[in-house]
Design a protein around this ligand. Structure first.
Ligand code: GLY
Length: 427
């Protein structure tokens, strides 16, 4: 089968890499992709594509399957478009994508479906935000409704901070249309956990848990990012897993059925484990980045078969490798996440690859003078091993193979305060 992957980050190169191992896959195309994804895929970054040209192109290239990586393209309805061309698509419909593209839609969905989440109050002005704050103790979370590339959540410790955040959203309009509406909700303290659920909209299969590191600096300091690293599997107690399945996953899938949402893809549920109870912070309608990078290599099977089968409404069995761990260390450019500096030459051996480690290109550019940085998150150093420690060691060994001025990376990927302590404090 010929496959089109949509996107251009580390997650999408991880998808390409996983698909390329399938004996069933002929040609992989990526739109737009980037030079670093070659030779595993043909990238279309230099082609001007629109719905008319794509219609022809899909026929010419015999595209059988489209895998959509980023949320924006799902929110924009590309899955509906490709389905209208009779191509199998791994990714939910535009209507279902509202679970991520509208946080208010998601909140109402959770309330209707009985999914545990914190109470909220919708607001659309500074004045309404300040009035509604009387219903919550500080700190309060102010969340923009729309997609804001990780910049739409404000944790406010005082009324003055809330006022400032509300002014940014509603008066200075820093988030554009994503900030037309927003809501206030309780701040939740606890352990964050990312849950990935493969679903055909009726049934589901859980993927292993992954741990993502969102803050730019060690010990979870500094501003939030898209993710500075991850490892998997993140092993939690079976009691907690059972509780999450019963209280979160089943009602979420039932909600999808009840709301008649067309969902052939992956649902990523952001959880906070607080007071022995899972609380849903958010839904995402796609693989996480960099969680995809650590989850995809864990399958003892063929991702092309899995994606194709889910795209057609089936749900395959998933078998996971035993005693196999993965880690990803994100190498970011100077200024990330606020204003990354790009165009910086990358030194070292980007092409180095072994059975235990490799790079994925998240924001690089190939020029006559060599590789340059071309985004906030530039490279992902991947490590694989039979223990978590070995995977992390391999990822850091790989990371050492490149350098550029201003490069940022966390040195504590894989450090969890105490998983045992975590479990014992919960049960
Ligand atoms: N790593 C977080 C995300 O993909 O949303």
């Amino acid at each position: 089968m010929n496959v089109l992957v949509i996107g251009k980050g580390g997650r999408e190169q991880a998808l390409v890499r996983a698909l390329a191992t399938s004996p069933q896959v002929g040609q992989i195309f990526v739109w737009p992709g980037r030079a670093g994804f070659e030779p595993q895929a043909i990238c279309l970054q230099n082609q001007t594509l629109n719905k008319n040209t794509i219609r022809k192109w899909v026929k010419e290239k015999n595209i059988d399957l489209v895998v959509i990586g980023p949320e924006q393209e799902l929110a924009d309805g590309w899955s509906n478009f490709f389905r209208s061309l009779n191509v199998a698509v791994f990714g939910p419909s535009q209507e279902a994508a509202q679970l991520e593209s509208s946080k208010l839609f998601a909140k109402r969905f959770m309330m209707a479906a009985g999914v545990p989440t914190s109470e909220f109050k919708e607001v659309d002005s500074v004045e309404k935000a300040l009035t509604a704050s009387a219903h919550f103790p500080f700190p309060i979370v102010l969340k923009a409704d729309g997609l804001a590339a990780g910049k739409g959540v404000f944790i406010c410790y005082s009324k003055a901070e809330l006022k400032k955040a509300a002014e940014l959203i509603f008066e200075k309009k820093k988030l554009g249309p994503a900030g037309e509406k927003a809501f206030l909700e309780d701040f939740q303290r606890g352990e964050e956990l990312s849950l990935f659920v493969l679903t055909n909209g009726r049934e589901y299969k859980l993927l292993p848990f992954a741990r993502d590191y969102k803050k730019i600096k060690d010990s979870n300091q500094g501003p939030n990012t898209g993710g500075m690293g991850a490892f998997a599997p993140y092993i939690i107690s079976s009691t907690l897993q059972k509780r999450i399945e019963e209280q979160v996953v089943r009602p979420s899938i039932k909600g999808i059925v009840d709301h008649k949402l067309f969902y052939h893809g992956l649902l990523y549920i952001g959880l906070m484990i607080t007071n022995k109870t899972p609380i849903v912070l958010e839904y995402n309608i796609r693989f996480g980045d960099p969680e995809a990078q650590v989850l995809l290599p864990l399958l003892d099977g063929d991702w092309a078969e899995v994606f194709f089968s889910v795209a057609r409404g089936e749900l395959p069995n998933l078998i996971w490798k035993k005693n196999y761990f993965t880690a990803c260390v994100v190498l970011a450019g100077e200024g990330y996440p606020s204003q990354p500096i790009t165009g910086v030459p990358i030194e070292g051996n980007l092409g180095f690859e072994s059975p235990h480690s490799y790079f994925l290109h998240a924001g690089t550019k190939k020029t006559d003078k060599g590789w340059l940085t071309d985004g906030g998150r530039v490279l992902n150093a991947l490590g694989l091993g039979n223990t978590k420690e070995e995977a992390i060691r391999q990822a850091y060994e790989q990371a050492k193979r490149v350098y550029w001025p201003g490069m940022q990376m966390r040195s504590d990927i894989g450090v969890v305060e105490s998983i045992r302590g975590f479990e014992e404090s919960l049960f």
